[in-house]
Design a binder for this molecule. Structure first.
Ligand code: UD1
Ligand code: CA
Length: 456
């Protein structure tokens, strides 16, 4: 059986109080709508149609996936009206699943069980029992428990309002039948909208036995209407994700204080301390340890690397057995070879550091190529920017840069060269040679320190 998915995403999301369309607000670093799209994709459908309206071009522009079909619903005249807009794009599928751009946490198992419920019939609903069903459509069943219809909260009688079983809005139907029902929808209700939910009574009138299934977790069917709900679902997402990662062997000191917004591949015995944030594509080798309050974006980190507390790493490749931090900032396009050490208050950008080299304290390295076994003393600055252009600094193997040196780029320090502390180096420093530039030290005999004048 072939499947088509419709994702409704035309609503405005007024309660977000945002210029950004609601479905573009990020959850775990991706737009809400992307979560619905990915859930749909995991079912391998023939086609995914997104119905958009408010913030149209902006919503569409946020996705580059060429497989998506975008259908504009200029006026939001109801969920049934929205589905009707998508149907012309789905004429060649057997079944249609309806999802929502603001419902991000649906799990595969839940969608599979809904699909299964529709195997031998024409319509199945995802329903849930809510302690507090205010605002939701209620599932009306007959005395034998067969689904009869859905009544919207605003159209419900007092006794219908007592019903705890609600309509999540998510449903699956045979395409042919759904098309017929959607054509017959009208808007004679309190909101003057074409309710998708009215397909249920039309199906029942056609003799269809409407089936239902339920999600394992109620947050799977929760929609985002405001920022508090968004934050709640972000936490649930992170909780489930952390659980999965731990079961795959990742050590999280406190899963409640760990965030991954992207994809993490990791080796054996990786430990992550509290308050770590990982973003983008992250690869951690075996025995990597990450200290508290560290942020890592798009990095490959080799086996045995220790990253201490309070570091920020971005778009970098870290070789095996490096030690980093505390308080190190690694900016994009940096590569550390094996066994390199970067210490506290070191900032490094667009640079390569060779095997076993150490930059341990209070240093800025930018646009530099540093050889192996180099020692860069505390307070060293590569002056890479002349106010107009950036220039490179090259430091050969085994060089020793004395503390508080300024290397004015373009600069070239030969292998085995020593730079005396406090030097300002411009141009070349020859290999295996001590180079220094420093005002000569002098002592002035008999010099008197000024003393305070006595009070009049
Ligand atoms: C809908 C259901 C209700 C269910 C609830 C679950 C109907 C008539 N009611 O009510 O039974 O309990 O969802 O949350 O379906 N949308 C469009 N175009 C439109 C109208 C809506 O794309 O013309 C989208 C919205 O962006 C939103 C979703 O459909 O994501 C639901 O629409 P909304 O108007 O919020 O429906 P509810 O009143 O919540
Ligand atoms: Ca709603």
């Amino acid at each position: 059986m072939t499947l088509g998915v419709v994702i409704l995403a035309a609503g405005q999301g007024t309660r977000m109080r945002s210029k950004l369309p609601k479905v573009l607000h990020p959850l775990a670093g991706r737009p809400l709508l992307d979560h619905a799209i990915q859930a749909a994709k995991r079912l391998s459908p023939t086609r995914i149609v997104v119905v958009y309206g408010h913030g149209g071009e902006q919503v569409k522009g946020a996705f580059s996936d060429p497989d998506l079909i975008w259908v504009e619903q200029e006026e939001q005249l109801g969920t049934g009206h929205a589905v009707a807009h998508a149907l012309p794009e789905l004429q060649d599928v057997d079944q249609i699943l309806v999802l929502y751009g603001d419902v991000p946490l649906l799990r595969d198992r839940t969608l599979t069980s809904l699909t299964t419920a529709c195997m031998y019939t024409d319509l199945a609903l995802l329903t849930a029992a809510f302690e507090n069903p205010i605002g939701y459509g209620r599932i009306v069943r007959d005395t034998d428990g067969r689904i009869q219809r859905i009544v919207e909260h605003r159209d419900a009688t007092a006794s219908e309002l007592e019903i705890k079983e609600i309509n999540t809005g998510i449903l699956i139907a045979k395409r042919e039948s759904l098309s017929g029902w959607v054509e017959r929808l009208d808007n004679s209700n309190s909101q003057g909208e074409f309710y998708l939910t009215d397909v249920v009574s039309l199906a029942v009138a056609d003799g269809v036995s409407v089936q239902s299934s339920q999600p394992e977790d109620l947050d799977e069917v929760a929609g985002v209407n405001d920022r508090a709900q968004l934050a709640h679902l972000e936490r649930r997402f992170q909780e489930w994700q952390a659980d999965r990662l731990m079961r795959k062997g990742l050590s999280l000191r406190d899963p409640n204080r760990f965030d991954l917004r992207g994809n993490l591949a990791f080796g054996q015995d990786v430990t992550i301390e509290a308050n770590v944030l990982l973003e983008g594509e992250i690869h951690l080798g075996d025995n990597v340890a990450i200290g508290a309050n560290t942020v890592i974006r798009n990095c490959r980190v080799g086996d045995g690397v220790v990253i201490r507390e309070n570091c920020v790493l971005e778009d970098a490749v870290i070789g095996v057995d490096c030690t980093i931090g505390p308080f190190t900032r690694i900016r994009p396009e940096t590569e550390l070879a094996n066994n390199a050490h970067l210490g506290n208050f070191v900032e490094i950008k667009k640079s390569q550091v060779g095997t076993g080299s150490k930059i341990n304290h209070l240093t800025y390295v930018g646009d530099s190529t540093i050889g192996s076994s180099v020692n860069v003393g505390a307070g060293t600055i590569t002056c890479n920017y002349d106010g107009a252009n950036k220039h490179r600094t090259l430091i050969g193997d085994g060089a020793f840069i004395g503390s508080n040196s300024s290397l004015v780029a373009p600069a070239e320090i030969g292998s085995g060269a020593t730079i005396g502390a406090g030097s300002t180096i411009t141009g070349k420093a020859p290999e295996d040679t001590l180079t220094l530039s420093r005002a000569k030290q002098m002592s002035i005999k008999g010099w008197k320190r000024p003393v305070k004048k006595p009070k009049e």
